[in-house]
Ligand binder design. Structure first.
Ligand SMILES: Nc1nc2c(c(=O)[nH]1)N[C@H]1C(S)=C(S)[C@@H](COP(=O)(O)OP(=O)(O)OC[C@H]3O[C@@H](n4cnc5c(=O)[nH]c(N)nc54)[C@H](O)[C@@H]3O)O[C@H]1N2
Ligand SMILES: Nc1nc2c(c(=O)[nH]1)N[C@H]1C(S)=C(S)[C@@H](COP(=O)(O)OP(=O)(O)OC[C@H]3O[C@@H](n4cnc5c(=O)[nH]c(N)nc54)[C@H](O)[C@@H]3O)O[C@H]1N2
Ligand code: SF4
Ligand SMILES: [Mo]
Length: 806
């Protein structure tokens, strides 16, 4: 367990250097005073007095899954530089640093950004037009209170929707403040799923019960690592996150890394990996081809698979299944489709050469310990549930799970330091819609039912969404699918009557607000936060304190919601007599009960990282107990085993009402879903498959307006030279990408780093629609709002398009 330098009141030599290095006066101060036992505070005070410069401690609260502490140099009340915090020490990694990425370090430019919202405003033009008038905070909070009351009384509280939004993971302001307020005033309509991982999270329990995986630390014991669409070098960039854990583990094992992705990603470069370029949406076909090779080459121990899994062979099929319903039947061509899933069949679909598929099958089976895992890109597709499940069963069939150095095919696990949130209370409305259906919940509420949409808590939706609270999110007009349709629905203010947006910037979503409120940015906010959800085994807590006085009239949502609560007569219940700072201390003391070595809050408040340790779970491969003794440690599936064939899925196929052509197979078959090249007539019109990815240049749309980031990592569509040449497109040319849903303009990056026939675009660029064309380069003007069959999730990586020079 580590003890951080911040916990000591004695200042280290390194810290003295850090302060003194800033100026000549500081250096002089250091040389004369360095022998003395200064406290950090006292020294900081001296330095401040001399050169008006000081270090404050903040954090980047964006949704990249990581959480970086930021050390912020402030000069005369102005942020001059954002830097990493000091390295820390722990028993596992030794000295290491929760190193922020380029985005975190650019925070100064987010704070002093021309797009900043400055004052509360109300809409004066047509909805979506972006015309607003400045109003006072009192007016704004009264208007919101009165709308909450009006909508709740007229339609019931299920007409008030709290929108999915991930721009700021605050603990004592932000979403928990809103939810607490709404729960005190009758509740709100909820959603289930996330835009991140709906398909895999829904599908996983059908495979092996709990959503769990090994941590990357297991790679220290592997000789082969196979990553399906997992790009940690770009999506988990923090020095405190999964990319660091994998790197450290690879340093120990020197395992061979294979990355299966349509793009030659930064992870391929960073991990010296072999790139297996795959066509998007095709992973389940690759798995079938691999298993076919394993079967015909006798690489599988069938009795072993039968011991752990249901439905690989006919012997373990449940009685309710068709006789030829096993996965083995499917692969060998005895299933209903009669197609043998040979490596060459898989090659046609995936684009990976037949021999390479055959070799990979042998490599996986002969590895001492293969770590097989997947990112969330492969599952953000129309057939994402099938892909997720197919990758999950691969290590089970190949007997590469439950042992040191292995995984179960799932996303590698991470744990959170348990920092409490502002308690939200209970919601009196217990209806949940799948989040990707929110536009339908506005325009066609009657169509949303339990059998068609997996609606939870009711058989059907009785009332549409009439009011939206949108806190720190850009889903309304940037991050949701089929934006042109979405905008049309939102523009009609007789359907959804009131939209409240709380943001820092004038985003596409902010333009759709009726009431628009400016919140503080991370660097202007104070909070006590944890390490988020993708830090691997690294767990830590950060106390951040506003580094500057909030600019203009920006405020914390805690204070905003307290004012609204006052207008609604529930202020005491909302605050319980506490300020936001009191809640931070209250939460800290809850943590301190569990971790009594922590000093009192006043000693650590605002000092950055205040506790850090490594989870011991990292040392244990997932499903180890089950592997050792499956009877004594059954899984939480109905059979207690891995369900390659799921009778529960068959039941959904039989009882749900699915759109024409949609299927929920009981085994992880490869499905040729709409908007893929296997839809031959569509492919004639729109021959290129377009997939999206999360870019290092921004986190979704957050940071996407920072000019120096745009320059460093431009938003461009990746195109293979063969496809570019055919269309007369050169590198950096402006191109139009279009399909029946819309047209986007963006620069082309002509590169061999992408498979021919496939294009790839970063998601998150700011949508700017002019004359029906998205000149901002936002991919969602061409993505679909169709729901995936099982999870009712977002298939935003599944698209067919044509591209031409603009
Ligand atoms: N086509 C396509 N679309 C996608 C995806 C994809 O892969 N492809 N990915 C999806 C995924 S995984 C996700 S999670 C969603 C993310 O979608 P969102 O959760 O909407 O994330 P952002 O686009 O970053 O929007 C966050 C907003 O919060 C604001 N913000 C930042 N800090 C603060 C703050 O301190 N206070 C307030 N009030 N606001 C703040 C930002 O300015 C920004 O407008 O997008 C989804 N959309
Ligand atoms: N820099 C940065 N980091 C982020 C984010 C960000 O916006 N920017 N967003 C954060 C959030 S909210 C989330 S949910 C995660 C998202 O994390 P992921 O969902 O894992 O990220 P993606 O970039 O969508 O997909 C990962 C990789 O899958 C590939 N891929 C796409 N389709 C397929 C396919 O069909 N098969 C295979 N094998 N590969 C495919 C993509 O090319 C990409 O390289 O990232 C988080 N981290
Ligand atoms: S975007 Fe993520 S990795 Fe980058 S600084 Fe912020 S929290 Fe860290
Ligand atoms: Mo996400």
């Amino acid at each position: 367990m580590s003890k951080l330098s911040f916990l000591t009141t004695q200042t280290t030599r390194r810290q003295l250097l850090e302060y003194s290095g800033k100026s000549a006066i500081g250096a002089a101060l250091f040389s004369t005073l360095s022998a003395l036992p200064f406290t950090k505070k006292a020294l900081a005070k001296e330095v401040n007095a001399l050169n008006h410069s000081e270090y404050k401690h903040s954090a980047c609260l964006v949704n990249c899954g990581s959480r970086c502490a930021l050390r912020v140099r402030v000069d005369n009340g102005r942020i001059v530089q954002v830097e990493p915090e000091e390295p820390i020490n722990d028993d596992v990694f030794g000295e290491h640093q929760i190193r922020p990425c380029l985005r975190g370090r650019s925070n100064k430019y987010r704070v002093y950004n021309p797009d900043r919202l400055k004052y509360p405003m109300k809409r004066i033009g047509k909805r979506g037009e972006g015309k607003f008038k400045r109003i006072s905070w009192d007016e704004a909070t009264k208007m919101i209170a009165s709308e909450l009351d009006r909508i709740g009384t007229k339609y019931g509280n299920e007409a008030i929707y709290y929108q999915y939004a991930t721009g700021a993971y605050y603990h004592t302001q932000g979403s928990s403040a809103w939810k607490r307020l709404l729960n005190l005033t009758g509740g709100y309509l909820q959603y289930f799923n996330t835009y991140s991982n709906a398909q895999i999270v829904k599908a996983t329990p059908y495979t092996y019960g709990k959503y769990e995986g090994s941590m990357f630390w297991q790679v220290a014991h592997s000789d082969l690592v196979v990553l399906f669409g997992l790009n940690v070098s770009e999506t988990r960039m923090s020095g405190g996150g999964q990319v660091e854990e994998m790197r450290r583990a690879l340093e120990k094992s020197h395992a061979r890394v294979i990355i299966i992705d349509p793009r030659y990603t930064d992870s391929v470069v960073a991990e010296h990996a072999e790139w297996l370029p795959i066509r998007p949406s095709a992973d389940a076909a690759l798995v079938a081809g691999l298993v076919h090779t394993m079967l015909v080459e006798n690489l599988i121990k069938e009795e072993e698979v039968d011991k752990y899994a249901v439905g690989f062979t006919q012997r373990t099929l449940p009685a309710s299944a068709a006789k030829n319903g096993s996965y083995q039947d499917y692969v060998l061509g005895n299933g209903d489709d009669g197609i043998e899933k040979t490596a060459s069949w898989a090659s046609d679909i995936t684009g990976i050469p037949t021999v390479r598929i055959q070799q990979l099958a042998r490599e996986i089976c002969s590895a001492k310990a293969a770590f097989i895992c997947q990112g969330w890109g492969p599952q953000r597709h129309g057939n994402g549930e099938q892909t997720a499940r197919a990758i999950q069963i691969l290590p089970i069939i190949a007997n590469q799970f439950g042992r040191l150095g292995t995984n179960n095919g799932n996303w590698p696990e991470a744990v959170a330091y348990n920092v409490p949130y502002l308690p939200t209370g209970d919601n009196a409305v217990d209806i949940k819609i799948p989040l990707y259906s929110w536009t339908d919940a506005i325009a066609h509420p009657e169509s949303i039912t339990d059998k068609t949409h997996d609606l939870q808590g009711a058989e059907k939706l009785n009332v549409g969404i009439k009011m939206i609270i949108n806190q720190a999110g850009n889903v309304l007009a940037n991050q949701h699918g089929d934006l042109i349709r979405t905008r049309r629905i939102l523009e009609d203010d007789t359907q959804c009557e009131t939209i409240v947006v709380i943001d820092n910037h004038m985003t596409a979503t902010a333009k759709f607000a009726d009431i628009l409120l400016p919140e503080t940015t991370y660097l202007e906010a104070s909070d006590l936060v944890g390490n988020s959800y993708a830090s691997g085994s690294n767990q830590y807590m950060i106390s951040m304190e506003n580094t500057i006085t909030p600019l203009w009239e920006c405020r914390s949502t805690y204070d905003i919601c307290a004012d609204i609560a006052e207008h609604l007569g529930v202020k005491q219940a909302f605050t319980e007599g506490r300020t936001q700072a009191d809640w931070m201390e209250y939460n800290y003391n809850i943590v301190r009960k569990e971790r009594p070595h922590l000093p009192p809050f006043k000693e650590v408040r605002g000092t950055g990282i205040i506790d850090q340790f490594r989870s011991p779970e990292a040392d244990k491969p997932v499903m180890a107990d089950f592997y050792r003794d499956p009877a004594a440690h059954p899984l939480t599936t109905p059979s207690g085993k891995v369900e390659i064939y799921s009778a529960a899925l068959q039941n959904l196929q039989d009882t749900w009402i699915l759109p024409k052509g949609d299927r929920i197979p009981a085994i992880p078959e490869f499905l040729m879903v709409p908007d893929t090249p296997w839809d031959k007539s569509l492919a004639k019109k729109y021959p290129l498959q377009l997939t999206g990815f999360h870019t290092k240049g921004h986190t979704h749309s957050t940071y996407a307006s920072v000019a120096i980031l745009k320059e460093a990592v431009p938003n461009q569509v990746w195109l293979n030279p063969l496809d570019a040449q055919e269309r007369g497109i050169g590198n950096n040319d402006l191109v139009k990408i279009y399909n029946d849903r819309g047209t986007v303009m963006i620069e082309a990056k002509v590169t061999h780093r992408i498979l021919p026939g496939v294009a790839a675009m970063p998601e998150g660029a700011w949508s700017v629609v002019k004359n029906g064309i998205d000149i901002g380069g936002c991919i969602n003007s061409i993505t679909s709002h169709r729901l995936s069959p099982l999870a009712k999730g977002n298939p935003q990586h599944t698209n067919m398009v044509e591209i031409e020079k603009a």
